[in-house]
Write a protein that binds this ligand. Structure first.
Ligand code: NAP
Length: 522
């Protein structure tokens, strides 16, 4: 099977042999993807001239209805998506749900969030501002949808959610989408786009997909486009510094690597509920999607006195994690998505091991259930511990994109915050403590270097939404190393797909303009 690209209103197969998509459990080839021969300039032009105007004639509420129809199409094909996730990503059902149901949930959230925006077609930003002596002459800020394309270059780990968490606010804003999924898991993204396009629920040109390499895509971006990238920091650098992106000041949003922390407060002893809550969360983060989540916990900061208790507790849970072929219903953790990712995880772990001790790595007896370890891309859950966090470098720098985390003991809170910041900017930190004062202090200490802080005490122990779970109501993105981007955050996400302008004139004119706009309320 070859994955058809959808560009310029047609289904087009790329030329040449393409790249094989492979089952990471069995090594079976599933499909091929190729973008060779695709006219990227024409693809973008079609989205700008057909998709953009068709979307912009609709108001926000009508575009929200369109998102509702997309969610319905995806819901009705859900079973097929789980099958693709099983075969192409090696995902057990629970892991596939994070991606697929997470995508549908996010779309439905935006449908609800936009319900109050009515038929307005652009946004008002703030009050009229007096500019001089004449009260009749004032200024007003409005934000218009971009007249370009939302170009989404996505990572392999969320082929479903990664598309729709970006496409939902883009389409709601009135901006057409062209997605280039990561090749290795492009099948699920392609199938979802195919289902939505064939169902006819979005205007022609509103949704395009290219599977395979990015080719000369970036040569054709304009100042009206918005480029949203999720992936490694190295690729992010290449994209940001592309000459066309720089020359035309194309808007770029980057979600990249992150050395996220879980922090156990100094008060938390072995018998505290918060101790158990941290252990449970760490194990979930290490094993869900086999640790292939940008938000996964990579560093576990604990008071030095609690180190051995934490090591024992996490190790005991990891030892019970069943790893293997996700077709076996007893299996909780599947493989990484490819042999290349397995190799990268092995190399990254070797770099960490130079600065750490191994607490648990499945041992020499590690063997995946109902799978050939030599063929599949399996990596055992691996817990490391670092004696000297301040001297370590790799621990704060090497993101192993797999089920690997490092325990990092700290001496006092100031040192814990300093160690957290050594990640050079991260997506999320979670803090576990019964001391409300410590939770508040940690949140304010870490909020400048982390995009999201999850503060956990027993009061939210059973109800919090999780360290790694990205909720559409809250911001996703982190400073520095994490890419410096911002996604989601409810209707805040619309800002990336609009451009603000100041209109100066008579108040009657400004009020007439404002009457057709809607102001976002967060
Ligand atoms: P990657 O190798 O950087 O690839 C990401 C995307 O960029 C893929 O679609 C890839 O296409 C494309 N790409 C590669 N080179 C390109 C170029 N020169 N021009 C244009 N596009 C190019 O990253 P990955 O291995 O897929 O993803 C894993 C990384 O993503 C991890 O480091 C993880 O932390 C990060 N991540 C971050 C977030 C977040 O929200 N912050 C979420 C998920 C993942 P091909 O597949 O065709 O090479």
């Amino acid at each position: 099977m070859r994955l058809p690209n959808y560009v310029g209103g047609s289904w087009v197969e790329g030329a040449g042999p393409g790249t094989a998509l492979v089952d990471p459990v069995t090594g079976e080839e599933l499909a091929r993807a190729s973008s060779e021969g695709i006219d990227f300039a024409a693809a973008l032009a079609h989205a700008r001239t057909a998709g953009g105007p068709a979307l912009r004639t609709l108001g926000y509420a009508a575009r929200a209805e369109l998102l509702a129809k997309v969610a319905d199409v995806l819901s009705s094909n859900r079973k097929a998506y789980f099958e693709i996730a099983l075969r192409n990503s090696g995902s057990p059902e629970a892991d596939a749900a994070v991606d697929i149901d997470g995508a549908i949930f996010t779309l439905k959230y935006y449908v609800r969030a936009a319900a109050g925006l009515g038929s307005a077609r652009y946004l008002r930003d703030g009050e009229l501002a007096r500019l001089g002596k004449d009260e009749g002459f004032q200024g007003l800020h409005v934000a218009q949808p971009l007249r370009g394309v939302a170009i989404l270059i996505n990572a392999f780990n969320f082929p479903a959610w990664g598309l729709w968490e970006k496409a939902a606010p883009a389409l709601l804003s009135g901006v057409p989408v062209l997605v280039k999924p990561a090749t290795v898991t492009a099948w699920l993204t392609q199938r979802m786009v195919e289902d939505v396009v064939k169902a006819g629920v979005v205007p022609e040109g509103a949704l395009s997909i290219v599977c395979g390499g990015a080719g000369d895509l970036l040569d054709h971006v304009t100042g009206a486009d918005a480029l949203s990238f999720t992936g490694s920091a190295d690729t992010a650098l290449r994209i940001r510094s592309h000459p066309a992106v720089l020359r035309r000041s194309t808007r770029v949003n980057v979600e990249a690597d992150s050395l996220n922390v879980a922090l156990l407060g100094p008060d938390a002893r072995r018998d505290a509920q918060e101790f158990d809550l941290l252990v449970r969360e760490v194990v979930r983060e290490m094993t869900q999607k086999a640790g292939q989540k940008c938000t996964a916990i990579r560093r576990i900061l604990v008071p030095a006195a609690a180190r051995s208790a934490i090591e024992e507790a996490i190790q005991a849970r990891l030892a019970k994690t069943t790893v293997g072929n996700p077709r076996n219903k007893d299996v909780r953790m599947g493989p990484l998505v490819s042999k290349a990712q397995q190799q990268a995880a092995i190399e990254g772990t070797a770099a960490l091991r130079r600065e750490t001790k191994v607490v648990f790595d499945g041992g020499p007896e590690f063997k995946p259930i109902e799978a050939d370890a030599a063929v599949g891309a399996f990596v055992p859950p691996t817990l490391l511990a670092c004696d000297d966090a301040l001297a370590a470098r790799a621990v704060h720098d090497v993101e192993v994109f797999g089920p690997v985390a490092t325990i990092v003991p700290y001496a006092d809170p100031a040192q814990a915050f300093a160690i957290a910041r050594m990640g050079q900017g991260s997506l999320v930190a979670s803090v576990f403590s019964a001391d409300a004062g410590f939770l508040a202090e940690a949140a304010s200490e870490l909020a400048d270097s982390h995009g999201r802080i999850l503060a956990v005490n027993a009061a939210v122990g059973a109800t919090h939404t999780g360290h790694g779970n990205v909720m559409p109501m809250c911001l996703h993105g982190g400073p520095g190393r994490a890419g410096g981007g911002e996604e989601l955050g409810g209707l805040r996400a619309l800002a990336f797909y609009h451009r603000r302008a100041a209109i100066q004139g008579h108040v009657d004119v400004l009020n007439a303009i404002a009457a057709h706009a809607v102001e976002l309320k967060y």
